[in-house]
Write a new protein. Sequence first.
Length: 234
Amino acid sequence: MTPTGATVCVLVTGDPVPGARQARGSFADMIARVAPAGTPFEARDARAEALPDLDRVSALIITGSAASVTERAPWMLSAEAYLRHAVVADVPILGICFGHQLLGQALGGRVAQNPKGREMGTVEYREAVADPVVSDPTRPYLCNMSHVDSVVELPPGAKVLGSTEREAHAALRFAPRVWGVQFHPEFDELTMRAYVDARRDALQREGVDPDQVMGSVRPQPAGAGVVARFLRTL
């Protein structure tokens, strides 16, 4: 049951690259933009702020980050403990990219570098299991990716909902009301292009043509709907 007057809490774990932040604001701003109109949001920076009492939130959304879960920074460990409590309390949770990985690690899985390398650009999601939050009838189902790490070992009970060419665990259902997506539902085309530009040197070092990645960027209506579908389950 949703607590009276509760808000959706966005747990901020990082900041967008400068070009995206200038054009589209924070990750919390981007998430609000793809949410149903009127959704009450509260942003908390998990790196520096106290996290809210679980009886005050209707749901949690965990943002992406340039950080790596493998760093095991103190704030990450605290956030993982908080998320374990939230799962036990049956709070609905959606993890995005780093947030997806943080959930995987917190619940008993393992995060490491993706053995297939960096995944970037607009890619096709391949559904394995129908799901009320992740599924969408649009084909091809496109989603925006920007990650190096992955949930390489699943936590107990996690269900794989779908994959991409480079990511075996592109969407997971960790518990009845806990989801994670490795992709970014909140990224529009401008944001995705800003990320490709910001990672241009890294892509070249890894033998990937950034212009080819840039050419992949397209609208992702199916992927973008994940946040709204999650919030409609509350």
